[in-house]
Each structure stands twice: as structure tokens, then as C-alpha cells.
Design a protein around this ligand. Structure first.
Ligand code: LLP
Length: 415
């Protein structure tokens, strides 16, 4: 969906320059056709005749319009907060396709999700299960639950985004889990219908997913012997994407066939919770050059987007490709691309080879669709930026730039 025409970068049929003129910078831009393509790739890969539900992980990019696009394609959703639930209510998402994950569901989150009628909760501890049982009893309901187990698998990704290791806070020790299912079976207001694991994010090693699934299947068989009948397997999200040219993530087809191969004799519904692999490469951050300077041999290009707009490079040392939008020369300079925030770590790219940039030149930061806008903050009292959706030759604003008044409102008007 990205191409060059007359030395200008275009997303679908719209030039980035046009976007920047209309919405100003910084702003996030998403390609609708790319979002659709990524989702359909999962549908095809899993051959949706089999009972598979793709629950988009809302946290990756939670804009209402993006959620709506996935809903129209038949997606379910994976959520982790009351706010994410509210987003789904606003788009009229089918409650029977919603799973609620997250390590500390509040009483209100549990109560509201029960009222909306979600498919199940992914339970993270015995305590939480008892609390869900209690809240369901107050509503005279039976809450479907799935136990998130911690399978102790190393997904070989960044340590901050590995979640299925025995040292991490997530899930229940798989060796204790039969016990937890037995307890669940004795509680009146919960119904244990699922097994769940999510081992991490930006994973390239299919073997880790398969190992995790094998452990879930062992547990499933074990539970069967104990007369606990499971109907749903939720294997989480985590499939990685290409950030740099050297990255070689597995395709969705490769991922699906390894999973389906292991799953073929299991008579259960399968749920996957992809986030990054649906939206990551469909979104970009557009920023413009402000100033340049040469300090002790380092060539800094200061741009108008900072770590408050895109945190991933500062937080995880993550690489995002950066490209000049309008380039007429092949001569390149090695830039340190930094933002306006008062932090040394406010670096968006190191040693970035770009044609010489001057004030106002536009840069495109790639692969910013996942964990981009959603992780942005008001640090340095900077408003959250706008989001734009490109659909062939049309562009629409899907989020207005926040105003300074909106940022200050809650500090001036309080009870
Ligand atoms: N399901 C659960 C329970 C999760 O915790 C996550 C992500 C997903 C699904 C979706 O995973 P994905 O398919 O996107 O890998 N901020 C980090 C990533 C944090 C992932 C958190 N959990 C980053 O920018 O790399």
C-alpha cells in the first residue's frame, strides 16, 4: 500500500504530503486495505470452516474505526479493561465473541462484562476466579471462564514482552492448574470451559507456539481424565512482524498450519488473539523535521514527534524504519533522529541514512500501527496526535488532535 510516485511517498492513492497539509504533523496514518488484507490472511490461513475465532487484541490499536473494520470482517475481540469494553459497546460488537484477559480485572470490569454477556474471562489467579464467582452470584449468573496457564516457555523475544516464562506475573503455574480447574468445578457461579495461554509478543519462533499448545493439550487430556470437559482453546497472540529488512517472521499460513496440525484431533473451538500482526505494518507516524545540529560529530535531526507519541524505540530500543517522504537525491547522511522531549532517551532512530533534510521536510516512521498511538502520553504536556485512515483515494480523520484545553480540563474542573 506504500509506493513512490514522482519522488513522493503515497499510502494507497494519497500522498503523505497531502495528509500532512490537511492534518498537520505529527499524525498517525493507517491503510484500510492493509488492515483488511492482514485480517483476511488469518481467515484464509485458518480456513475458517473449522471452528476458529480471531479475537483482535484491542490494546494493539484501539481506535473505534479500526475496531469497526475488524468487526465487519467477522472478528471477535480480546480486551483488558473497562475502557476497551466500552469501545466495543460503542461499535456494537457481538458479546459472544469477546474474551477478557488481563492480570487484575476489577470488580467493575467483571460486573460490566457479565452484564454485556462476554464469551469468557481468562482467569489469572485463584483469587480472581473466586472473585468472578462472587460477582456472578450477585448477578445470578454463571460466568464462563478459561484458565490462563503459564506454560514456562521461552518465546525468544524481548524480555519485556515475554509473558509465559515461570518468572513472569502472568497465568497460573501449569502444574497447579488441574487443581484450579477442580476448584472451579466446585464453584456454583463459574463454568470452566477453556484453556488459555499467551506466551509473549513479536515472536518469530513457531516452535514456541507449538510447544505451548502441546502443553495445553496435555492439560486438556489430563482434565478429561478428571471429567472436566473443555470446549475452548485460546492460544493468545504474539506472532511477530517485519520491522527491518532482516526480520523474517513466519507467515500467517505457516503459523496456522503448525497450530492446526497439532490441533487436528482436538474437538474444541480455537481462539487466537493477534494484535501486532494485524495492525503493525498498516500504520505509520508522519513527522516533520524541525532543526538539525552537529554535536561532537553526531548529526542530530530534531523532529516534531517524540517518545510521548511513539514510545517503542525509547522503551524497548525497538527499531522502526524511517524514510524521507520527498526525496530527489541519492546522497545520504547518517542522522540521529530525536524528538522534542526533554529526555536523552527521546530517540526515534539511530544511524538513519537519509537524504539531507531541512525544516519542514516530512519523514515517515514505519510499522507504527501496533502499540504506537495507544502507548502515547501527554508527557511534557503535549496533546495526543491525530489519526487518519486512508481508503483508496479518500482520507478521513478517525481521531482529532487533542487540544491543550482538553488536556487541562480535568485539572481545572474538579469536585
Ligand atoms: N493476548 C494477550 C493476553 C496479550 O497480553 C497480548 C499482548 C496479545 C494477545 C496481543 O499480542 P500481539 O499479537 O500483539 O503480540 N507494547 C509491546 C507489546 C506488548 C504486548 C502485550 N500483550 C510492544 O510495543 O512491543
Amino acid at each position: 500500500m506504500l509506493r513512490t510516485k514522482n519522488n513522493q511517498l503515497y499510502i494507497e492513492d494519497i500522498s503523505i504530503e497531502e495528509i500532512a497539509k490537511k492534518y498537520s504533523t505529527p499524525c498517525y496514518v493507517y491503510s484500510k486495505s492493509s488492515l483488511i488484507k492482514e485480517f483476511k490472511e488469518y481467515q484464509t490461513a485458518f480456513n475458517m470452516k473449522k471452528d476458529v475465532l480471531v479475537c483482535y487484541s484491542v490494546k494493539a490499536s484501539s481506535n473505534l474505526k479500526i475496531l469497526n473494520i475488524f468487526k465487519e470482517l467477522g472478528a471477535g475481540f480480546d480486551i483488558v479493561s473497562l475502557g476497551e469494553l466500552e469501545r466495543l459497546k460503542r461499535i456494537n460488537a457481538d458479546p459472544s465473541k469477546i474474551v477478557f484477559s488481563g492480570v487484575a480485572k476489577s470488580d467493575e470490569e467483571i460486573a460490566e462484562s457479565l452484564k454485556y454477556g462476554i464469551l469468557f474471562f481468562n482467569v489469572e489467579s485463584l483469587d480472581e476466579m473466586e472473585n468472578i464467582n462472587f460477582i456472578a452470584s450477585k448477578q445470578n449468573k454463571i460466568a464462563n471462564i478459561s484458565i490462563r496457564v503459564n506454560p514456562d516457555i521461552d518465546p525468544k523475544t524481548h524480555p519485556y514482552i515475554s509473558t509465559g516464562l515461570k518468572t513472569s506475573k502472568f497465568g497460573i503455574d501449569i502444574n497447579q492448574s488441574v487443581n484450579v480447574y477442580e476448584k472451579a468445578a466446585n464453584l456454583k457461579n463459574v463454568n470452566p470451559i477453556g484453556i488459555d495461554a499467551h506466551i509473549g509478543s513479536q515472536i518469530f519462533d513457531i516452535g514456541s507456539f507449538v510447544d505451548s499448545l502441546e502443553r495445553l493439550i496435555d492439560l486438556y487430556n489430563n482434565l478429561k481424565e478428571n471429567n472436566i470437559k473443555i470446549t475452548h482453546f485460546d492460544i493468545g497472540g504474539g506472532l511477530g512482524i517485519k520491522y527491518s529488512d532482516d526480520d523474517m517472521p513466519p507467515t500467517k499460513k505457516e503459523f496456522a498450519s503448525s497450530i492446526l496440525n497439532k490441533f487436528k484431533d482436538i474437538d474444541c473451538s480455537l481462539i487466537i488473539e493477534p494484535g501486532r500482526s494485524l495492525v503493525g505494518n498498516a500504520g505509520f507516524l508522519v513527522t516533520s523535521a524541525q532543526y538539525e545540529k552537529n554535536n561532537y560529530g553526531k548529526h542530530f535531526l530534531i523532529v516534531d514527534a517524540g517518545m510521548n507519541d511513539l514510545l517503542r524505540p525509547s522503551l524497548y530500543n525497538a527499531y522502526h524504519k524511517i524514510e524521507k517522504v520527498n526525496s530527489t537525491t541519492n546522497e545520504k547522511i547518517s542522522y540521529e533522529i530525536v524528538g522534542p522531549i526533554c529526555e536523552t532517551g527521546d530517540v526515534l532512530g539511530t544511524n538513519v541514512q537519509l537524504p539531507r533534510c531541512k525544516k519542514g521536510d516530512l519523514l515517515l516512521i514505519h510499522s507504527a500501527g501496533a502499540y504506537g498511538q495507544v502507548m502515547s502520553s501527554n508527557y511534557n504536556t503535549r496533546p495526543k496526535v491525530s489519526e487518519v485512515l486512508v481508503d483508496n483515494n479518500k482520507h478521513i480523520s478517525i481521531r482529532k488532535r487533542e487540544t491543550i484545553n482538553q488536556m487541562l480540563e480535568n485539572e481545572e474542573n474538579y469536585e
